[in-house]
Design a protein around this ligand. Structure first.
Ligand code: AKG
Length: 277
């Protein structure tokens, strides 16, 4: 491992209230999951890989709503092998497993999400709409969202619709891919008294929020004077199977993030290592 990059070892014991919040609301926060020194070292590597691997680097004005939300690059650990230490870290994976209440998680993929200065809102969406994963536990996927700089509502921190994860797919095909249309569908659901909207603002660099795969969430625009780099890691409960009849959107994820595993079969390929804890 690179001498200058800190290993993220050591266990974090979650207070019962944090686990309870995740289970009832579908989101929670773990403060100081990484120390300022750890984040400062990892930020350089994660941000560089995000910029290098970004899918859409046209000027902001030429991108669509989704493109204006952030520069996005995924599987950073494959772009820069040093990042495996971060993405597959035992400290992070153990928090994920404890929140899901399982012995082990597997990696789905990591992502760098850098909301540029002037970057737009991230529309309301449910991540699991894209993920062809099933398990007997209704909550079997989750995302860690760790800002690499201090953030608040003015720089694009996350908003969560509390309790939405308990209702599964809220809009089905009506929502479609993340867009102005999906945003409008979910906005109208929220306006009609759906779920309380909450955040964990402000967050320091190295704090991390965790949300379940079906938790409806969005982020504000970045009206601050600095870019908002974020590292995310998505995991699923060990033992998940691939959905037997994946939707059109899920077939993309199946090919790209699950090594084209067989529908109905185990989700356990080389891109999805079972992580130690
Ligand atoms: O960073 C953002 O603006 C959105 C992140 C998000 O939707 C996610 O990580 O699931």
């Amino acid at each position: 491992m690179d001498e200058e990059l800190p290993a993220l070892g050591g266990r974090v014991t979650l207070p019962p209230a944090t686990i309870e919040e995740f289970r009832t609301k579908g989101h929670t926060v773990v403060r100081s999951l990484c120390t300022p020194d750890e984040v400062a070292a990892w930020r350089v590597v994660l941000e560089e890989a995000t910029r290098r691997g970004a899918w859409d680097t046209r000027p902001l004005a030429e991108r669509d709503t989704y493109g204006r939300a952030f520069l996005q690059a995924a599987n950073l650990w494959r772009l820069d092998p040093r990042i495996e230490t971060f993405t597959c870290s035992e400290r992070l994976a153990a928090v994920a497993a404890d929140l899901l209440g399982v012995e082990h998680v597997r990696l789905y993929h990591d992502q760098g999400l850098l909301k540029e200065v002037g970057g737009g809102r991230t529309p309301w969406h449910q991540d699991q709409q894209y993920w062809p994963l099933e398990h007997e536990r209704p909550v079997h996927t989750l995302t860690m969202w760790m800002p690499l700089v201090d953030v608040d509502s003015g720089s694009g921190s996350l908003l969560f619709a509390s309790g939405s994860h308990l209702h599964g797919d809220l809009a089905g095909e009506l929502a479609g891919p993340i867009s102005d249309e999906s945003d409008a569908t979910f906005e109208s659901l929220l306006t009609h008294g759906g779920f309380p909207v909450e955040s964990h603002d402000p967050l320091r660099a190295g704090d991390a929020t965790f949300h379940a795969g079906w938790t409806l969430h969005s982020a504000g625009e970045n009206a601050s004077a600095a870019d908002r780099p974020v590292a995310t890691v998505i995991w699923f409960a060990d033992g998940c199977r691939v959905t037997a009849a994946p939707t059109r959107h899920q077939r993309y994820d199946l090919a790209v993030w699950l090594d084209g595993a067989d529908p109905g079969g185990p989700a356990a390929g080389p891109s999805n290592p079972r992580l130690p804890r």
